[in-house]
Design a protein around this ligand. Structure first.
Ligand code: APR
Length: 311
């Protein structure tokens, strides 16, 4: 008699700061078995061994393995991609695009060959261009290739607003759209404190300052860390997307999705509200934007296209 019960498998492509944190969160939240893949020899194996020793402490029955062989991701249900280099001093944004594009191309070929049915979440920066490239290189349906940025940018907006209002973070509902760069678009018109528009609670100039901080929040972390970029919150944000897919939660999340005319944009990945369920990105949710929000989204799209032109 065949046994159709199968453990879920999550492949983490890139076992650096975010990859390691993702592995820990996958274990803690019982999402399935984890494969950590990286090109650095020994590092993913070391992290996996360390994590396997944490499992008995928390009573977690998850298997975690580290590898330098991409074939070990075979049959993964989900691939979360963080492989790439962070920007180094003296390196232009354009240099980073080219370097990471080469890495994404290699990784895409591996995913296409070994995990053709996977839901792929890209985190590598510059995000919108890298997720676009991943979809083109794998040829996977656009529903199955998505970028993680909006969940994090939205979480940062929520955190700053909750701090300002001195309320629970769970009382703040926010949306940040557009590209994952300094030109992202915090959508004030849909941001509320338990249904109360934030504009009714916080003065406009103060909201301007908070939104400016949201746009620069990634850089604020980099400036403090000095040796890398944010990793706890990007990992947590990707986990929310993984769970929405694996458990068919149909959460409405901001994510970099492929647009086919929605918001007047075509053949472009950019941050918009989407529904993620068992079919991957099942729907792009179109919301009415104010004129200035539309203008900001278009400007942000223009910058993503500039990056794509470099690749
Ligand atoms: N295949 C697999 N892994 C690779 C490859 C490759 N071809 N090239 C590089 N890597 C690995 C590196 O060896 C490194 O371990 O990608 C990992 C990236 O990890 P970190 O440098 O620690 O970066 P991290 O903080 O995890 O961020 C990863 O996400 O938020 C973005 O800007 C960030 O692009 C960066 C990415």
């Amino acid at each position: 008699m065949s046994n159709s019960i199968r453990r879920r498998k999550i492949a983490l492509i890139g076992a650096g700061q975010i990859g390691g944190t993702l592995a820990l969160l996958c274990g803690q939240r019982n999402l399935g078995d984890v494969v950590l893949f990286d090109v650095v020899e020994g590092m993913p194996q070391g992290k996996a061994l360390d994590l396997s020793h944490l499992a008995p402490v928390f009573g977690l029955d998850f298997k975690v393995t580290g590898t330098n062989n991409i074939a070990d991701i075979a049959g993964a249900d989900v691939c979360v991609v963080t492989s790439g280099l962070p920007r180094k001093p003296g390196m232009s944004r354009d240099d980073l695009v080219k370097t990471n594009a080469e890495i994404i191309k290699k990784v895409a070929a591996g995913i296409k060959e070994h995990a053709p049915g996977a839901f792929v979440i890209v985190i590598t920066n510059p995000l919108d261009a890298m997720v676009h490239l991943m979809q083109k290189e794998t040829g996977f349906p656009t529903s199955h290739v998505v970028g993680m940025a909006g969940v994090l940018d939205t979480a940062r907006y929520q955190a700053f607003l909750a701090e300002e209002l001195n309320v629970s973070v769970s009382s703040v509902s926010a949306f940040v759209l557009g590209g994952h760069g300094d030109d992202m678009v915090p959508v004030r018109s849909y941001t509320t404190c338990n249904g109360i528009p934030v504009g009714n609670l916080i003065k406009s100039e103060r909201l301007d300052a908070i939104e400016k901080r949201v746009r620069g929040a990634g850089g604020e972390v980099v400036a403090l860390l000095k040796t890398g970029s944010a990793f706890y919150s990007p990992a947590a944000s990707a986990i929310q997307m993984v769970e929405s897919y694996l458990f068919d939660q149909r959460r409405v999340l901001a994510a970099a999705a492929s647009l086919k005319g929605e918001y007047g944009l075509k053949d472009l990945y950019i941050g918009v509200p989407v529904i993620i369920g068992k079919g991957g990105v099942e729907k792009v949710v179109e919301i009415e934007l104010t004129e200035s929000e539309k203008k900001a989204l278009n400007e942000s799209a223009g910058r993503v296209r500039e990056l794509l032109a470099i690749i």
